[in-house]
Design a binder for this molecule. Structure first.
Ligand code: AMP
Length: 402
């Protein structure tokens, strides 16, 4: 019998499902795709098999069950269906694992119930993740399914960094603490950076900057996360595409009492109409850079606020770590926007953080150093791969269990 080496990674969002079928023999993708606009009239499924043409289906996907059934059909058409004996496990990205889940977890009814209990602290994400899990379990009840939590890598953040200075009873009652997100990416990237440096992660102190549409920083010491910028929710910390990041909590009372905005309106403002889009109307850093380059003042301010916050966090995390061996940029902005990396590190040479302009300008999909040879701190660009990390963790868990 051939060994099962495929892992299907599912990332179910509120109106989308992304998937990758990964062969753990070499990390290659047997297929990948997404279904978007689930529940809307203009749904779309895009399926890209490793062998063969990319296929697009334009139709209504009434709900996640229909969307996942369609994904299963596409995979089956490539002889990679959910019934395939090559499939070892399904790995689910789950955004919030609370304090209970600090590691990848084999899913059973009780685990689903606990993920459901965490909905109040992750109302935008956990419900969709649960639907993805339930539909996948219904399609393949016999197959091991593993939840990999965005919060898990941050479960090691010490109490002093995880505790908000508010009334303790209230905090405990409502599970208010720093959880952090993007953990799977921070974990993958910190290990990949250690490999790039040819060093053991146990020896290294790093600042990892995940700069995508959402953005977060983490301080990683000896392979363990000791501080991270997102908090109870993914709103805290860095300036993001549409989220404000850090802001005085007092502005919520001000906008409510003086401005007359409802709590839902303020939620919408801070999560969807702030950050880069709030400052200049564009949430895509490519547009911000293009417009700033043409002398657009709003885009320039958005860029300045974005990189000021980043530089501030690099300094703060330097203080948290005491010694820094590497600053690592990742995700859409971090991997591609050389001007952001340059500006974020500008003026930090006293800390040993420098960027070589020529190395920084190189466009590449590979992990690479962008600091000069004499730099005391390695500055690196490391492409993230959350799906591969989820697949690895799911596969390792299933194999340990056998
Ligand atoms: P992610 O969430 O990691 O997929 O990152 C998405 C973001 O990356 C987009 O919103 C863009 O702002 C940014 N991005 C992607 N490519 C580039 C690029 N070439 N230059 C600047 N920003 C980019």
């Amino acid at each position: 019998m051939t060994e099962s080496t495929l892992v299907l990674v599912l990332n179910a969002g509120s109106s989308s499902v992304k998937y990758q079928l990964i062969d753990m023999l070499d990390g290659s993708r047997a297929a990948a795709g997404l279904v978007e606009r689930i529940g809307e009239v203009n749904g779309r499924l895009l399926h890209t098999p490793a062998r063969g043409e990319r296929r697009e289906r334009l139709r209504v996907f009434a709900d996640h069950a229909e969307a996942l059934a369609a994904v299963a059909e596409e995979l089956a058409a490539d002889d990679l269906g959910l019934g395939s004996p090559g499939l070892a496990a399904i790995g689910h990205r789950v955004v919030h694992g609370g304090q209970r889940f600090a590691a990848p977890t084999l899913i059973d009814d009780e685990v689903v119930a606990e993920i459901r209990r965490l909905i109040p602290v992750a109302p935008l994400h956990n419900p969709a993740n649960i639907v993805g899990i339930e539909v996948a379990r219904a399609l393949r009840p016999d197959l091991p399914q593993v939840a990999v939590f965005d919060t898990a890598f941050h479960s090691t953040v010490p109490e002093a960094a995880a505790t908000y200075a508010i009334d303790r009873k209230t905090a405990e009652q409502h599970r208010v603490r720093r959880y952090g997100f993007h953990g799977t990416s921070h974990q993958y990237v910190s290990r990949a950076a250690a490999r790039l440096l040819g060093r053991d992660p146990a020896e290294l102190n790093m600042i990892v900057l995940h700069l995508g549409n959402g953005a977060s920083a983490s301080a990683v010491s000896g392979g363990v996360c000791v501080e991270t910028s997102m908090g109870l929710t993914p709103l805290e910390g860095l300036v993001m595409g549409t989220r404000s990041g850090d802001a005085d909590p007092g502005l919520v009372f001000h906008l409510h009492r003086v401005g007359g905005l409802t709590i839902d309106e303020i939620d919408d403002l801070l999560n969807r109409r702030s950050g880069l889009v709030g400052l200049c109307g564009d949430n895509d850093m490519r547009e911000v850079l293009r417009r700033a380059g043409e002398g657009d003042g709003d885009a320039q301010l958005a860029f300045d606020v974005y990189v000021h916050r980043l530089r501030k966090y690099i300094g703060a995390y330097y203080a948290v770590l005491g010694r820094v061996d590497a600053v690592v940029f990742t995700a859409g902005v971090g991997e591609n926007a050389a001007p952001v990396r340059e500006a974020a590190c500008a003026g930090l040479s006293a800390l040993g953080i420098e960027v070589d302009p020529a190395l920084n300008a190189v466009r590449s999909g590979a992990a690479r150093l962008i600091s000069p040879d004499h730099g005391r701190v390695a500055v690196a660009v490391v492409p993230t791969d959350e799906e591969l990390e989820i697949a690895r963790q799911a596969f390792a868990l299933v194999h340990d269990d056998i």
